[in-house]
Structures are given as C-alpha cells and as structure tokens.
Design a protein around this ligand. Structure first.
Ligand code: ATP
Length: 382
C-alpha cells in the first residue's frame, strides 16, 4: 500500500538546541488508522507539526504522495487543504470570536463561495455535535467542547488526511468514546486518520498500524500485535502492555488456552474468555437506517430498553431531537455485540451511510469469534 505521507531522516531542534526529532523515517498508509505512540516529550507533536508544514525540517524531508513538501505560501495552503491538523491544545487553534466564525475561517481562506462555506460549517458542527453552540464565543465553552470545535475546524477543510494530536487528552470517558467513534466514521468515509497518544489501551483497540516513538526516534513501526509481543521496546519507551493484551497472555500462560486470536476490545474479550459458559444461540443485530421522520416507535418497543443504541453523530442527534428512548449513545456497537453474543436481539439506529460500517464490524466480530450473530439492515421506513 502506498504511503500518503512519509518522512525521511527528519531531524529538528527547537531554539534551545535540544534535538526533538533525531532522524525520523516513517510512512503513513493511505486509508488506514495509524497511532503515533510515545511517552511525553518523545516528539509526537513536533512530528505532526512537520507533517502539515507548520515546522520546517532541520534535516531530512517530508513527502506527501511521494512529493517533497514545498514551503512557499501557496504550496503550504494547498497541503493544509489535504492534510488537516487538530492541535493538542484547542486554544492553539481557535482564534475567531464565535464558534461558527472559527470553523468558517479555513474554508473562507480557500476562497470558497459563502454558501459552500456555510454548508461545510454546518456539516462539520453537526458531526461533532456542536451545532447548538454556533453563535457562542469559544472562550465560553468547556475544554472538551473547544476540542470539538477544533476538530470541526479541521473537518470543514475536508482533508484527505486528518492528524489529531492527543485527541482524547483531557476529555471525560464518554467524550473519548465519542471522539473515537467519530474517527471510525471518518475513516469509513475514506479519510486517513493519524492520532498521537501515550495511551496503550487506546492504541491497541483502535489502530491498524502503530509507530512507536521515544526520545525523538522511531523504535517500531508495524501492527499492534507485533509491537506488544516484545516488552523490551515498551520498557525503553516507558510504556506498558495494554490491559487486554496482558490479561489474555496471563490466561494463556496459566491455563494453556491458545493466545491467538487476541481480543482487542471488551466484547472480544468476553467472547474469548466466557465462550464456553454461553449456551444460548446468538441474537440478531438489527441495524436500522434512520432518516428524519421515518421512525416507528412501535419498532423500538420490541427491543428491551438496554438493547437499543444509536451510532454516528447524525443518528444520535436525531434520536435525541425526536425524544427516542435509546439507552446507549456511545459504545453502542460494543454493547450490541455483547448483548447479541449473549443471545439477545439488539437494535442499533444509524444513518444509511454508516449501516455498511456497522454491518461489517458485526460480521468481522462474528467471523473472528464464530458466535453466529446475524446482522440485518432494516431499510428506510421500517
Ligand atoms: N516550543 C518548544 N521549544 C523548545 N522545546 C520544545 C518545544 N516544544 C517541544 N519541545 C521539546 O521537544 C521535545 C519533543 O516535544 P513534543 O511536544 O514534540 O513531544 P510529545 O511526544 O508530543 O510530548 P507530549 O506527549 O507531552 O505532548 C521535548 O523534549 C520538548 O521539551
């Protein structure tokens, strides 16, 4: 698979002379979810600032689609249209006086017609569930809300690659899940996602590819399983193994149960650990495609309260607006997988463009854990 972004021998020192990057060579595969994993001060933010041209390498080069970056204003503007960066601290990114002005800033600079800018702002604010705050001054928002506005600002540029520097830092648990779901949604819709974090559990659950950094250098580049198999590199990078990885390994060592396939999420762990105790046949995972006004409350009532969820920003917003009695507004696919693997039916409401993603996740889970869950998409107007 071709790399959409590459760095070769990238080195950079800040003004105090301390090297922050020491010859970093790496590649980001198009269409994948890549984690840049590393402890504090390992150079993740400095790397991101190079990947969208904010910083210029001391040595080495950055390439986009195989072409070295150019640093004149026109080339940088064109790069930033394709490679969006969400800063670690939203206050480094949000400048305009109101939320909508801030999100509109990038698209206006592209010279788009006012109506197109409006459309982009509305869509981006909808995705991060901040449409109700559009006229509010950004400084009157919570940290998590400002983080969402910063994400909306990057989304409004409609980039092919979205770099998110520590997107979950400082957010509550529910908001973390929502941001991760949002990244899944964006990735499914074709965007290449790169996030930086020091959270090994998050990296293990989320990433297709992982690049481990320590003290300005790349220690590892490959799959998550490949990274966590050896402990030496992790120790060097002051990181530990993910909890689910360690639990699974301990079971293997203590009981002789095969180590692979390794569970990477809670539903996978439940299925792997407790499969024998589950005697019931698996349930059906109903995926209901929601368009405004096509909901039949009777359908909802056929499912137990704790067996109804909404997935995706649109379905969550519309479900709330319509006052639907939905129980899971986050981690709904995971809840649905747990319920159906225990033999209960689950109803998940989502927008038509995400039904394929949900179905493929259920089918992937089913193939991996062989639990015979049926996934059925119910069309518009069920
Ligand atoms: N503006 C700056 N001036 C001087 N040194 C800096 C500056 N920003 C970062 N550094 C230094 O560069 C190195 C890499 O920092 P960087 O912020 O890229 O790491 P990081 O992996 O993103 O860390 P964290 O996880 O804490 O955000 C660190 O040693 C840091 O102290």
């Amino acid at each position: 698979m071709p790399f959409i972004i590459e760095t070769r021998g990238l080195a950079y020192s800040y003004e105090n002379g301390e090297p922050a990057l020491k010859g970093v060579t790496l590649g980001i595969s198009e269409g994948k979810k890549t984690v840049i994993l590393g402890p504090n001060g390992s150079g993740k933010s400095t790397l991101f600032l190079h990947m969208n041209g904010v910083l210029r390498p001391g040595k080495g080069i950055v390439l986009y689609e195989g072409e070295p970056l150019r640093y004149d204003n026109k080339s940088l503007a064109s790069l930033r249209q394709k490679v969006g960066l969400v800063f670690q601290n939203p206050d480094d990114q949000i400048f305009a006086s109101t939320v909508e002005e801030d999100v509109a800033f990038g698209p206006l600079n592209l010279g788009l017609p006012r109506a197109d800018v409006e459309e982009r702002v509305e869509a981006a604010l909808d995705i991060v569930d901040m449409a109700g705050f559009r006229s509010r001054p950004a400084q009157q928002l919570s940290f998590g809300q400002r983080k969402r506005v910063a994400i909306a600002g990057a989304l409004a540029m409609d980039p092919r690659v979205l770099l998110m520097d520590e997107p979950t830092a400082g957010l509550d648990a529910q908001m973390v899940r929502e941001i991760l779901e949002l990244t899944e949604e964006l990735n499914y819709k074709g965007k290449t996602l790169v996030i930086s974090t020091h959270d090994v559990d998050l990296a293990y659950e989320w990433a297709d590819d992982v690049i481990l950094m320590s003290e300005g250098s790349v220690l590892f580049s490959g799959t998550v399983d490949g990274l966590f198999e050896g402990e030496e590199l992790l120790h060097k990078a002051r990181l530990t193994r993910p909890i689910l990885y360690s639990l699974n390994l301990q079971r293997h060592l203590r009981t002789g149960h095969p180590e692979c396939p390794r569970p990477r999420t809670v539903p996978e762990c439940c299925q792997s650990f407790f499969k024998k105790e589950t005697t019931k046949e698996a349930g059906t995972f109903y995926i209901a495609c929601l368009s405004h006004g096509n909901l039949d409350a009777g359908t909802l009532q056929k499912f137990r309260k704790h067996n109804r969820g909404a997935y995706g920003s649109y379905a969550k917003r519309v479900s709330r607006e319509l006052g639907l009695d939905i129980h899971h507004y986050f981690s709904s696919i995971e809840h649905g997988l747990i319920k159906t693997s225990m033999g209960e039916d689950y109803l998940l409401i989502t927008e038509p463009s995400l039904a394929g993603l949900v179905k493929s996740k259920v089918e992937q889970f089913d193939r991996r854990w062989n639990c015979k869950i049926k996934a059925i998409v119910i069309g518009n107007g069920y």
